[in-house]
Design a protein around this ligand. Structure first.
Ligand code: SAM
Ligand code: SF4
Length: 486
């Protein structure tokens, strides 16, 4: 593997031994010894960020850091930040400010900031927040142990936001959990430059891993780490493989051949890159989830043009039609931005109309949030907060009515579910899991003591509303399916 700044170079490596006096595991890196320590981590934003955090924690475990949920037990505090909207940005700044007190209370506490905000503002953050030791961007997370080494060596107050310039985007998936689900990064960056979006500036240019590497990686996850469900990740996953003359459709067909792999999901997609070949795969691939998240952003042709989305509402609706023809069971969802710059009431109404036609299973809707550096920053007539949030509420309420009707069609049907967790609903213990088509279903255990975590079960849905779906357990298949049918 070639090494750029995002991958580890020829610097010191971690070696471990047991201290004969304390009996503790000690990790030696270069001339420095690392006793057992704890790291607390707060992640903001999308699945990509959560996956990056998992990768960071996995690297840090090689440096003798154990993950803790208790802030007061931590020796190091890390934030993985999101820059996509103001909301998560603001939460991060207030929590970073509070760390000043934590650092006063605990001598030697290390504080670091990574991710999208650190990519663009790392240097300023380190200067402004005296209690911040280091900042690191999105493309250097694989060198986290080198950075932590540097901090413990006394060389703190630095920020690294360089881009990985190695020839290929080449990594191996790292997981730091015992679940049968794994996120697998297949493409990074984005070349689309939608006018409202900060991602191309925080995640850099689009680059894909080679198809063979991804397939080998997933085979290993299935064979050695018990993974049964993978989610292929990227900001624009269906642009995968362009520079290597490969495609997402080809990759999905290769994954069909892996024994023991039960379910494949992918996220997120841009409508521009949904090819006929990919649509056909949604009709033929047995392991591919019957759910597709396809962000439309707006139902107005003129707003889409100002957003530089490169498709019309008609083209988008045509894609939904083709997908539903290829796979009549497919469930579709989307993202909407409410109140984009200069959006007229009529343009807003076009979005409500599109929701009526598209019949999405669910949507993520956001009020437009102005991002510095983007092209939309320079557009005139930013709508007032009240208008943007009023339109957001209207979109959400409109969709809930549609969703309520769609979800009624689930009643009386049975679904295969991978059980994730349990909770209490109205005083009753209920387990919950996700169907193949990504709908959450709750069900009562046969008895309170039964542990269904990571079991595949069949559930008969007996009631459904727009936001929740209740069922009764039909069959418990245990942790492994004996059949590849879903
Ligand atoms: N790559 C995906 C696509 O093409 O749609 C989306 C990735 S983006 C991280 C997730 C969602 O955040 C977008 O679909 C969009 O709805 C929302 N988003 C991005 N920038 C935004 C902004 N400035 N204000 C509000 N929402 C935004
Ligand atoms: Fe952002 Fe997605 Fe557009 Fe890329 S394609 S700029 S990630 S919204």
């Amino acid at each position: 593997m070639s090494t750029g700044l995002g991958t580890r170079g020829a610097g010191p490596r971690e070696e471990s031994f047991i201290d004969p006096v304390s009996g503790q595991k000690i990790v030696k890196m270069g001339d420095m010894e690392f006793p057992p320590r704890k790291v607390w981590m707060k992640t903001f934003g999308c699945q990509m960020n959560y996956h990056d955090s998992e990768r960071i924690l996995s690297h840090l475990s090689d440096l003798n850091f154990e993950h803790t949920e208790e802030l007061d037990q931590a020796d190091m505090v890390l934030f993985n930040t999101c820059a996509i909207r103001d909301l998560s940005n603001n939460k991060f700044y207030s929590q970073l400010g509070e760390m000043k007190h934590a650092k006063k209370k605990k001598n030697g506490l290390v504080v670091g900031v990574g991710g999208c905000v650190a990519q663009t503002e790392g240097k300023e953050l380190v200067k402004k927040y005296k209690h911040l030791d280091f900042a690191f961007g999105t493309d250097v997370i694989d060198t986290i142990n080198d950075m932590v080494f540097r901090v413990y060596a006394g060389d703190n107050k630095f920020s690294i936001n360089s881009w990985d310039r190695s020839e290929n985007f080449s990594i191996e998936t790292k997981i730091a959990h015992g679940s049968p689900q794994a996120f697998v990064n297949i493409i990074k960056g984005c070349n689309k430059y939608c006018t409202y979006c900060i991602v191309p500036y925080t995640r850099g240019k689009e680059r894909s891993r080679k198809l063979d590497e991804v397939v080998t990686d997933i085979k290993k996850l299935v064979e050695y780490q018990g993974i049964q469900e993978v989610t292929l990740l990227g900001q624009n996953v269906n642009s995968y493989g362009k520079e290597n003359n490969e495609s997402l459709a080809q990759l999905l067909m290769e994954l069909e051949k892996i024994n023991g792999l039960e379910l494949v999901r992918y996220t997120t997609s841009h409508p521009y890159d949904v090819s006929d070949e990919l649509i056909a795969v949604h009709g033929s691939a047995k392991k591919l989830s019957k759910h597709l998240h396809l962000p439309v952003q707006s139902g107005s042709a003129t707003v889409l043009e100002r957003m530089h989305r490169e498709y019309t509402p008609e083209h988008f609706l045509g894609l939904l039609e083709k997908l539903r023809k290829a796979n009549p069971e497919i469930v579709l969802s989307t993202d909407i931005i409410a109140g984009f710059v200069n959006e007229t009431d009529e343009e807003h109404r076009d979005t409500l109309k599109l929701l009526d036609i598209a019949q999405f299973d669910f949507i993520y809707a956001y009020a437009y949030s102005l991002r510095a550096k983007t092209r939309a920053e320079k557009m005139e007539d930013l709508l007032k907060d009240e208008i943007r949030f009023e339109r957001l509420r209207e979109i959400q309420a409109h969709q809930l009515k549609i969703q309520d009707k769609i979800r009624q069609s689930m009643v009386g049907q049975s679904y295969r579910v991978l059980v994730e967790d349990f909770g209490t609903m109205g005083g009753t213990k209920k387990w919950k899991g996700r169907t193949n088509c990504n709908r959450i279903v709750h069900f009562k255990p046969l008895n309170e003591e039964m542990d269904y975590k990571w079991h595949w079960v069949d559930v008969l849905v007996n009631s459904a509303t727009a936001l929740s779906c209740q069922g009764e357990l039909l069959v418990d298949h245990g942790r492994r399916l004996n059949t590849l049918n879903h």
